[in-house]
Design a protein around this ligand. Structure first.
Ligand SMILES: *[C@@H]1O[C@H](CO)[C@@H](O)[C@H](O)[C@H]1NC(C)=O
Length: 306
C-alpha cells in the first residue's frame, strides 16, 4: 500500500474508532460469558481480592485463590463458594518469593488446570518517606507489587497464548500514573506494574494473539484498610473509593475487555494534565487538591498482612 492510501486509511479508521467510542458512551458494551473459566486471584484473602473473588464466583467460574494469610484465605474461599463458584481452590502463597510462586503455580496447573483469567492483585505498602523506609520493606514492595507479576505471567501466560484465549488483569494504582510524596517505593512498583502490563499487552497485539486480553486498573485510595488514615481534601474530585464499587467496576472492565480502568473518572483528566501543564501549575494544583498531604496521617492495616 502506498503512503497516501495508508494515511487515508489511518484517518478514516481513526474517525470510525472515535465514533464507535462515542456510541459506547450510551450503548452498553456486550459482556463476555466467563462461565467455567479458571480465575486466579492473588492476595484474595482480604480487601478487593476477596470482593473480586465473590463477584467472579457469581459468574459460575472456577476460582483459584492465593494469599499469604491462611485465615483470610479460608474465609474468602468460603464466601466465594457461597457466592456460587463452580469450584474454589485455595493455596497459601507468599508472592514475594519467586520459587514459591513457581511452585504453587505448578501445583495449580496439576490440580486445577490452565488459568485463563489471571488477576495480579496482591499488594503491600510501606507508607514511609523514602529515606525512612527500611530496605527490607522496599525490596518486599517490589517483589510483591511487580516481580510477582513477572513470575505469574511466566507461569500462566504460555497456556493462554497457546489457546489464544485468556485475560491478564493487573490491579495497579493511580500511584502507577502519578507520583505521590511518601509513597516512593509504592509508586515505583506501581509504575512498573502499569508499564509491564501495558508492554506485554502490546506484545500480544503485535504477535496477533488478540484472544489474550489485558485490563490495567488504576484506582485512587480504596477503603479496604490498606491506606487507613489517608486523607482526601477534595472528596468531590478525588473521593476515597468504596471497595464494593471498585470490585464491581473491575468485573465490568474485564467482562467488556476494557484495557484501562481509572477510578474515579477524574484520574483520566489528572493523569493527562500532569503531562501537559506547566510544572509550577501542576504543583500548585496538587497542593490545592491536597495531594501533598494525603500520606500525613497514614496508619495502614493494623495487622501485618497482604
Ligand atoms: C455461557 O457459556 C456456557 C458454557 O461455556 C454455557 O453453558 C452458558 O449457557 C453460557 N451462558 C450464556 C448466558 O450464554
Amino acid at each position: 500500500m502506498n503512503f497516501f492510501l495508508e494515511t487515508v486509511r489511518a484517518m478514516l479508521l481513526s474517525l470510525w474508532f472515535n465514533l464507535e467510542s462515542l456510541v459506547f458512551l450510551v450503548v452498553p458494551r456486550k459482556r463476555k460469558n466467563i462461565s467455567g473459566e479458571v480465575v486466579l486471584i492473588t492476595g484474595a484473602g482480604s480487601g478487593i481480592g476477596r470482593l473480586m473473588a465473590q463477584q467472579f464466583a457469581a459468574l459460575d467460574t472456577v476460582l483459584v485463590l492465593w494469599d499469604i494469610n491462611q485465615e483470610g484465605l479460608k474465609e474468602s474461599a468460603r464466601l466465594a463458594g457461597a457466592a456460587g463458584a463452580k469450584r474454589v481452590h485455595h493455596f497459601l502463597c507468599d508472592c514475594s518469593d519467586r520459587n514459591e510462586v513457581y511452585r504453587v503455580a505448578d501445583q495449580v496447573k496439576r490440580e486445577v488446570g490452565d488459568v485463563s483469567i489471571l488477576v495480579n492483585n496482591a499488594g503491600i505498602v510501606t507508607g514511609k518517606k523514602f529515606i525512612d523506609a527500611p530496605d527490607s520493606l522496599i525490596e518486599k514492595t517490589m517483589e510483591v507489587n511487580i516481580m510477582a507479576h513477572f513470575w505469574t505471567y511466566k507461569a500462566f501466560l504460555p497456556a493462554m497464548i497457546a489457546n489464544n484465549h485468556g485475560h491478564l488483569v493487573s490491579i495497579a494504582s493511580s500511584a502507577g500514573l502519578i507520583g505521590v510524596n511518601g509513597l516512593a517505593d509504592y509508586c515505583a512498583s506501581k509504575f512498573a506494574a502499569v508499564g509491564f502490563a501495558e508492554s506485554v499487552g502490546l506484545e500480544l497485539v503485535a504477535t496477533g494473539k488478540n484472544g489474550v486480553k489485558t485490563t490495567i486498573v488504576c484506582p485512587y485510595f480504596i477503603n479496604t484498610g490498606m491506606f487507613d488514615g489517608c486523607q482526601t481534601k477534595c472528596p468531590s474530585i478525588l473521593p476515597i473509593l468504596n471497595a464494593e464499587y471498585v470490585a464491581k467496576k473491575i468485573l465490568h472492565a474485564v467482562l467488556t475487555d476494557q484495557v484501562y480502568l481509572m477510578l474515579p473518572k477524574s484520574i483520566y483528566l489528572i493523569a493527562a494534565l500532569k503531562n501537559i501543564l506547566p510544572m509550577k501549575q501542576g504543583i500548585l494544583l496538587g497542593q490545592y487538591l491536597g495531594a501533598f498531604n494525603v500520606m500525613d496521617d497514614f496508619r495502614g492495616r493494623s495487622k501485618k498482612q497482604e
